[in-house]
Design a protein around this ligand. Structure first.
Ligand code: FAD
Ligand code: SIN
Length: 525
């Protein structure tokens, strides 16, 4: 690739939007041949990555094989995985996990070997972890340190991207909240997840689906948006919104789920009991909460306090802060929105339907997760497809056009803070009720109407981060609701009460791509 000299601070070879594992890894890889700028809307470490607990799945143990990892991933994906992408994931993944270790991520070990944990729907223990359950933080800190040392990488924190800029069909830069235009030969979207679309979520406040909204508004193809994974065991606090993740690895170490009567119930639902697929465990919990009003509990009181403190220091501490001692108390839990399987459609090299726009990490839909993600495959996907995106950009080396054209010429939109907060809250509650774990035609239609009513009020260039995020939440919610209405079957994480059966033939991409336009495509399906 021809390297641009850094004559103008607003021009780079590659702009990376996002500073989680995908963005930072992509930046490091690209720094070998290009001038890179990493943009992050908050602090560098304000990411989903930082919160990851369980670890990274990869075949590094003697007793395991990539074929088994491949089949476990496909089984979780409920018939919708892109097999070529899964093959790439499981074959190339171990190499990048070793690279992380060489960069300094202190993965936990047993003797000379990586300690490998078991998580839901994995046939083997193959999840590497660091600091017990502090994997995400340690990965984030290690990659950040490397990025900050690199002379080829410029880092801009507190820089919210509000628009992708196009020249004909080629993406050639971004606009930021302050109105600054940054130009580049390629843009890598690594903006992470969208859990904040739901009132109960494991995701931090910044996970507002920005990348999906940005890409959709620029005309990129978006897919599989109906598949939202709910993690079965988020702490259920007594205060509104008070939550934290209680990692699945706890169940891997023997934690049991009990209903309000204190009875264990998972063996009646799945042969793997507590370690069954997440969608099934989440639905089972919702059913038990309805049947026996009151919370469902995660119970690991049969393990020693010393073991719990050492293996799960993060969850142990968070539980303690909420007034629970994991060695003594059962922890009240319930499902919370956790991960988006869909997103910006990409090929095997992160390429999107728009020239010079690449996507990797949670914002992308490579198809590796199908209708339901296998635990701890996300961090792995971030690494593999970040590296692949960069390798494609390097190969292309093309002279992309640099003339900037704005995709939106809109007036500045100001909203009162109270209005923003109440709209955000209302949308998130409705999404949880009607487009969450259980969905039905009627609820989806009501939600659709609400979103359509609000969207025109939200047009305009955002004046603040809060307005920008609100716009992105509405666009993202609209895409989820659209996709959920179109898929008239139950599959993986998408469960329709009015269509409880799974269709005979798994169809991926059954949705028409939702494309840029003034309104959503007709929803009378
Ligand atoms: P993120 O890490 O979310 O980073 C996104 C970045 O984009 C952030 O820096 C953000 O500020 C920036 N950004 C977003 N929008 C904009 C914008 N408009 N302008 C500028 N910057 C922007 N997965 C696993 O595989 N194993 C686990 O153990 C695991 N545990 C998890 C635990 C929790 C509590 C959560 C929430 C998720 C967990 N996951 C796990 C999922 C996994 O952590 C995420 O899917 C993954 O970290 C996503 O990485 P990313 O780089 O794509 O995005
Ligand atoms: C967890 O630790 O339970 C989360 C793992 C994941 O989401 O992959």
């Amino acid at each position: 690739m021809a390297i641009l000299r850094k004559e103008h601070p607003a021009e780079f070879d590659i702009l990376v939007v996002g500073s989680g594992i995908a963005g930072l890894f992509a930046a490091l890889k690209a720094s070998a041949f290009a001038r890179v700028c990493v943009l992050s809307k908050g602090r560098l470490d304000d990411s989903n990555t930082w919160h990851a607990q369980g670890g990274i799945a990869a075949v590094l143990g003697d007793n395991d094989s990539t074929a088994q990892h491949f089949y476990d991933t496909l089984a979780a994906g409920a018939g919708l995985c892109n097999e070529a992408a899964v093959s790439v994931l499981v074959e190339e993944g171990p190499r990048y996990v070793r690279e992380l270790s060489e960069l300094g991520v202190p993965f936990d070990k047993v003797g000379e070997h990586f300690a490998l944990a078991r998580e839901g729907a994995h046939s083997k223990g193959r999840v590497l972890h660091a600091g017990g359950d502090a994997t995400g933080r340690l990965v984030q800190e290690t990659l950040q340190a490397q990025v900050l040392q690199s002379e080829m990488i410029t880092v801009r924190e507190q820089t919210l991207v509000t628009e992708l800029l196009l020249s004909a069909d080629t993406v050639c830069g971004v606009r930021t909240l302050s109105g600054q235009v940054l130009r580049s030969r390629a843009v890598i979207l690594a903006t992470g997840g969208l859990g904040q679309v739901y009132i109960h979520t494991t995701n931090p406040p910044g996970a507002t689906g920005d990348g999906v909204a940005l890409a959709w508004q620029a005309g990129a193809e978006i897919t599989d948006m109906e598949f939202i994974q709910f993690h079965p065991t988020a702490f259920r606090g007594s205060l509104e919104g008070e939550t934290f993740l209680a990692t699945e690895a706890l169940r891997g170490e023997g934690a049991l789920l009990r209903n309000a009567k204190g009875e264990r119930f998972m063996p009646a639902y799945h042969e793997l009991a507590e370690l069954g697929p997440r969608d099934l465990v989440s639905r089972a919990i919702m059913e038990q909460m309805k049947k026996y009003p009151g919370p469902v509990y995660l119970d690991i009181t049969h393990r020693e306090a010393s073991f719990l403190r050492q293996r799960f220091p993060t969850v142990y501490r968070l539980a303690q802060q909420a007034g629970y001692d994991l060695a003594v108390d059962r922890l009240p839990v319930w499902p919370a929105a956790h991960y988006a399987m869909g997103g910006v459609l990409t090929g095997l090299y992160g390429e999107t339907s728009l020239r010079a726009l690449y996507a990797c990490g949670e914002v992308a839909c490579t198809g590796v997760h199908g209708a339901n993600r296998l635990a701890s495959n996300s961090l792995l996907e971030c690494l593999v497809f970040a590296a692949r995106s960069v390798s494609r950009i390097e190969q292309e080396g093309a002279d992309f056009a640099m003339a900037v054209k704005s995709s939106r010429q809109l007036p500045l939109l100001k909203l009162l803070p109270e209005r923003i907060a109440s709209l955000r809250q209302h949308l998130r509650c409705l999404m949880f009720e009607e487009a969450g774990i259980l969905r039905h035609r009627d609820g989806l239609a009501q939600l659709d109407e609400f979103i359509r009513q609000q969207l025109p009020l939200l047009r305009g260039r955002p004046a603040t981060r809060e307005v920008s995020e609100l716009q992105n939440l509405f666009v993202t919610a609209g895409l989820i609701v659209y996709a959920a209405q179109v898929r008239q079957e139950s599959r993986g994480a998408h469960y329709r009460l009015d269509f409880p059966q799974t269709g005979a033939t798994p169809v991926r991409r059954s949705l028409p791509a939702v494309r840029r336009g003034d309104s959503f495509a007709p929803l009378s399906v």
